[in-house]
Design a protein around this ligand. Structure first.
Ligand SMILES: Cc1cc2nc3c(=O)[nH]c(=O)nc-3n(C[C@H](O)[C@H](O)[C@H](O)COP(=O)(O)OP(=O)(O)OC[C@H]3O[C@@H](n4cnc5c(N)ncnc54)[C@H](O)[C@@H]3O)c2cc1C
Length: 411
């Protein structure tokens, strides 16, 4: 039921979580004014497409990957950056990017949905070195690819790996540099990472693993990437994909708790009539209370809905956010789907299929209970493993695949 004393709601961030919260509020019967502020100039779009088909289909425009907009009675102010929050006066400080005009906006209910920004390397970067977070970033990088450049990608996380795959599908010369021993190792562990080495190599991507980047060569324009071991990789264009940092600068001095994200309660409440959702939110995970921050599209959408419920019910009166969300990554001809959150120290077992064939289910478990599952080329197993991870069942109890081999127990 809509909270009676909530007069209006401001949402900062006009992407998956921000618009999702607006949908959630209206769906739950909130009829008061909702204003969404977003600093990007364009209407919200499917960010995950940026490293995939947006790069490979050269004529796609942000309009072609648009998100469903909010209800007509939701005001969306684009090209407006929120620069601060005055909690005592309960108002936002804002700046219009076009005119430079500063103004304030009074706040009753507030949803923090500012997501994350691409991390940059702590060194000078000449022109030709890119990051990828926004449609503007993707357009700038894509424009460079038409000249058949040699591409070096720094960081083999999911964005770097997907960009490598997209550039290879365009027939470009691609080298992927990663400080860890294997791609995506920090999240998926070394066993899966080793299989991903094979995936990249089989598709003609060169890898430089276990080495960091010391700097770039070229002044007016990048000519190469200097590795920590002294080797210089020739490059005409570089993509830096070394992760993202939560967009919380605007909350500095506001008094709200910020530590690698906005700290929330289990129901995503941050303070009185303030909630957070999406890449910016860090909350105690329902499985064990560990503080986590998750950069996944589905997580942003589901949290937005849950945060809307909390805002309407009041902190402590709505259920904890306890959804089992899925992250996907498309690399070459391989679809990866990660359900749940693997933790360092989890036991890693190939529960079905063959990792070398890149058609399998890898289960992460702790004390025999499933904590996460990675589906490699196995989307038909999504439902069974979402249930398994959601209820943390014993690995051996996962419903067998109708067309696959029997499961083996992880323990
Ligand atoms: C290239 C790429 C590929 C991805 N691929 C996948 C994938 O395959 N699968 C998957 O699950 N996830 C993927 N993700 C992650 C997914 O896109 C994010 O988890 C999701 O976008 C998070 O939504 P959000 O609304 O929390 O944050 P965001 O989408 O980051 O949106 C936050 C918005 O707030 C705006 N903002 C920030 N600060 C301010 C401010 N002070 N004032 C006003 N506005 C502000 C930002 O500009 C942005 O528009 C990908 C991300 C990237 C960058």
């Amino acid at each position: 039921m809509a909270r009676k004393h909530l007069r209006h709601v401001s949402i900062v961030g006009a992407s998956a979580a921000g618009l999702g919260a607006a949908h959630g509020l209206r769906r739950r019967g909130f009829e008061g004014p909702i204003t969404v502020f977003g600093d990007e100039p364009e209407t919200a779009y499917q960010r995950p497409a940026l490293s995939k088909r947006f790069l490979t289909s050269g004529d796609l425009q942000p309009d072609d990957i648009r998100l469903r907009g909010p209800a007509e009675d939701v005001r969306v102010e684009l090209g407006v950056r929120v620069t601060g929050l005055d909690l005592a006066a309960r108002c936002l400080r804002l700046q219009d990017s076009d005119s430079g005009r500063h103004f304030t906006h009074s706040v009753d209910g507030l949803v923090i949905a500012t997501g994350a920004a691409a991390r940059e390397l702590p060194m000078p970067t000449p022109p030709g070195v890119h990051v990828l977070r926004t449609a503007a970033d993707a357009l700038a990088f894509r424009a460079e690819l038409t000249r058949s450049p040699r591409v070096v990608i720094v960081g083999a996380g999911f964005v770097g790996s997907e960009v490598a795959a997209s550039c290879r599908s365009l027939g470009l010369d691609v080298t992927l540099v990663e400080a860890a021993a294997t791609p995506m190792e920090r999240v998926l562990g070394g066993t899966v990472g080793a299989a991903l080495v094979g995936l990249h190599r089989d598709h003609g991507t060169r890898l430089r693993l276990g080495t960091g980047v010391a700097g770039f060569t070229g002044d007016d324009r990048v000519t190469g990437v200097r590795l920590a071991d002294g080797e210089v990789l020739p490059a005409d264009v570089v993509m830096v994909g070394v992760g993202a940092r939560p967009a919380t600068d605007w909350l500095r001095g506001s008094g709200l708790p910020v530590d690698d994200g906005v700290l929330c309660g289990p129901d995503l409440a941050v303070a009185d009539r303030i909630v957070a959702a999406g890449d910016v939110a860090r909350w105690p995970h329902h499985s064990d209370g560990t503080l986590v921050r998750v950069e996944h599209w589905e997580n942003a959408l589901r949290q937005a809905d849950s945060a809307a419920a909390t805002l309407l019910a009041g902190a402590g009166r709505a259920p904890a956010f306890a959804e089992t969300t899925m992250f996907w990554s498309d690399q070459y001809d391989c679809k990866l789907q990660l359900i749940g959150h693997p933790r360092p120290g989890d036991l890693v077992t190939v529960a079905e299929g063959d990792l070398a064939q890149r058609r399998c289910v890898v289960v992460y478990s702790r004390s025999g209970r499933t904590t996460a599952a990675l589906l490699v080329g196995s989307p038909h197993r999504l439902r069974a493993y979402r249930e398994a991870v959601g209820s943390a069942v014993l690995v051996a109890d996962v419903r067998p695949s109708p067309d696959g081999p029997a499961l083996s127990n992880a323990s």
